[in-house]
Design a protein around this ligand. Structure first.
Ligand code: HSE
Length: 295
């Protein structure tokens, strides 16, 4: 028996929606899975150097964790061919795709028949927050709150370009989280949450100008993390006259400009010329989440 598991990448936070808002994008991790004598991961794309190809692979570790949760000691061995165009450690949800893929591996190989809610709860418990794993599972934009229980809203998004500006250096999420403050004053919390509240309303109404304005008023993470991104202010200045707004994708270092096709067609060449060493990748929202097909 064999299966194909197809998981979309994600961007998280969208400014002030720290650990809470995420959107699925049209980059994918695809696995071709067939039963085998022993666990083996086979990389078929470039950029996968250094990924463990045995039971140390994160996807196997997650699958085993899920198996144990349902009282299985092992997951039937498989040969897993991996194809991906998601850049690693750039803030585009690559580790969340691996978590979702691991859950789906356990689900099909052990015939667990997990519900969507079970998958969401398991994935969020593993990641600690829903902003990447939930859109990978559901597609579209997901706004979520997690405190051992997940409450969420799914909002499909159409006709918006997420222009990803991807630098060549990696930034580990642990490092990007270590620069965040441990506490906020009451007054600061009220300010910070009001920016997030308006951001959510703007997403639900498709008011991208307003979302862009709110993204730059974020108090939760971007003011602290921009010190880790040398080009942060210069890119904001270059782009923000023309686009709806620009934000740090997840924990960075990728930045994403929200724009439309007309503006992008007119300006992309000029922007690329200003920063030729970055990868400029126009992406769209993937409104469908992970798929698993038996072949
Ligand atoms: N919300 C997370 C962060 C995304 O910004 O740290 C990366 O896990």
């Amino acid at each position: 028996m064999s299966w194909v598991i197809h998981v979309p990448a994600t961007t998280a936070n969208l400014g002030a929606g720290f650990d809470s808002i995420g959107v699925a994008l049209n980059l994918y991790l695809t696995l071709e899975v067939e039963l085998s004598e022993e666990w083996e991961f086979v990389p078929l794309s470039e950029g996968m150097d250094g990924l463990p190809l045995d039971k140390n692979n994160l996807m196997y570790e997650i699958a085993l964790q899920v198996a144990n949760k349902f009282d299985f000691n092992e997951v039937p061995a498989c040969r897993v061919k991996m194809t991906s165009n998601i850049p690693l450690a750039r803030g585009l949800g690559s580790s969340a795709t691996a978590i979702v893929a691991g859950i789906e591996l356990a689900n099909v190989l052990l015939d667990l028949s997990l519900s969507l809610d079970q998958k969401l709860e398991i994935a969020t418990a593993i990641e600690g927050h829903p902003d990447n794993v939930a859109p990978s599972l559901l597609g579209g934009c997901v706004i979520g709150h997690y405190d051992n229980q997940l409450n969420w809203i799914h909002v499909p998004i159409h006709d918006l370009i997420f222009l990803a500006i991807i630098p060549s250096f990696e930034l580990k999420t642990t490092q990007a989280r270590s620069v965040l403050p441990a506490t906020f004053s009451y007054k600061e919390s009220v300010q910070a949450s009001s920016v997030a509240n308006v951001s959510v309303a703007a997403i639900c109404q498709g008011d991208w100008e307003l979302l862009g304005t709110m993204m730059e008023k974020d108090h939760f993470h971007q003011p602290y993390r921009k010190a880790l991104i040398p080009h942060y202010d210069a890119l904001m200045e270059l782009l923000n006259e023309d686009v709806y707004g620009t934000f740090l994708s997840g924990a960075g270092p990728t930045m994403i400009a929200l724009t439309n096709e007309a503006v992008m067609n007119q300006k992309l060449k000029q922007w690329k010329n200003a920063y030729p060493s970055f990868q400029w990748l126009p992406l769209q929202v993937e409104n469908n989440g992970v798929t698993v097909n038996e072949i």
